[in-house]
Design a protein around this ligand. Structure first.
Ligand code: COA
Length: 260
């Protein structure tokens, strides 16, 4: 059985599928997630993806069995392995469609890192989060840019330095999770976000996602040319034109019918 089960379609479901090790990610899972993210294009068939875990938890982070064996590898092999994991977070972060994290059970270490690269995180109220790496003698290294961007330096300094496990409610308070619901309402809550994303124009979503990352942390004056160019391009695009006309003509825009 594959480490990643992909149910393709306009709404693609990605299921981390190593429940016997709580979906800890190894080389194979990293490769599969990376290949999937690299295959997604803004004008392709996938409109939204839901990332979830098989079994009792979402994801227990990096595979500690695998990582502990690194001691027998050369420095170059060790760096290559870390580059592959860092590459996975990078392509998942920039996948040009909305990525929804469905978190149940636990999201620890890189599992919380995966939450940090999702656009929307819906968590079960009994789910546990944590940047536990330091308690294992390692570092939240590859996930740190995404974590700091998501929860800020203050919460990062607390939670990445003490490695404590924290509740879904705290995850929401610091912006790591967006919605916390009873476990039995998780699918319903995820579907609500899916339906909202399906109403948005795919090209507008892809460009907005990119724009938000590009403007983040920069001075408004420094990004003005980029924002001006973005809207000038989008409003004369096919989807920009169709979306505005659809509103004025009181009809649904074309993209509300998912591409096959
Ligand atoms: N890497 C490798 N194996 C892992 C793992 C990881 N990150 N997390 C769990 N496993 C393995 C356990 O070693 C155990 O293997 P065994 O059956 O051979 O003993 C199996 O998965 C089940 O783990 P267990 O702890 O018994 O499950 P649980 O349901 O009681 O608890 C967790 C689940 C996720 C809360 C717990 O496993 C845990 O805290 N894992 C470590 C998470 C972590 O700190 N990750 C950071 C990595 S950088």
């Amino acid at each position: 059985m594959s480490s990643l089960v992909i149910s393709p379609g306009p709404v693609t479901t990605l299921t981390l599928n190593r429940p016997e090790v709580r979906n800890a990610f190894n080389e194979e899972l990293i490769r599969q997630l990376t290949e999937w993210a690299e295959s997604v294009t803004p004008d392709g068939p996938v409109r939204v993806a839901v990332l979830q875990g098989a079994g009792s938890v979402f994801c227990a982070g990096a595979d500690l069995q695998w990582m502990s064996k690194m001691v027998g590898y050369s420095r170059e092999e060790n760096l290559d392995d870390a580059r592959r994991a860092a590459g996975m977070f990078r392509v998942l972060d920039s996948v040009p469609i909305p990525l929804i994290g469905r978190i149940h059970g636990a999201a620890l270490g890189g599992g919380s890192g995966l939450a940090a690269v999702c656009d929307v995180v819906v968590a079960a109220e009994d789910a546990v989060f944590g940047f536990t790496e330091v308690t294992l003698g390692i570092l939240p290294a590859m996930i740190s840019p995404y974590v700091v961007r998501r929860i800020g330096l203050s919460a990062s300094r607390e939670l990445c330095l003490n490695g404590v496990r924290f509740s879904a409610a705290r995850a929401k308070e610091i912006g790591l999770a967006h919605e916390v619901v009873a476990a039995e309402r998780l699918d319903l809550a995820v579907d609500k976000h899916v339906q909202a994303f399906l109403k948005a124009a795919p090209s507008a979503v892809a460009r907005t996602k990119r724009l938000l990352t590009d403007v983040y942390g920069r001075r408004p004056a420094d990004v003005m040319a980029m924002t001006v160019d973005a809207i000038a391009t989008q409003r004369v695009s096919a989807e920009g034109q169709d979306g505005m006309r659809a509103f004025l003509e009181k009809r649904a825009p074309k993209w509300t019918h998912p591409r096959k």
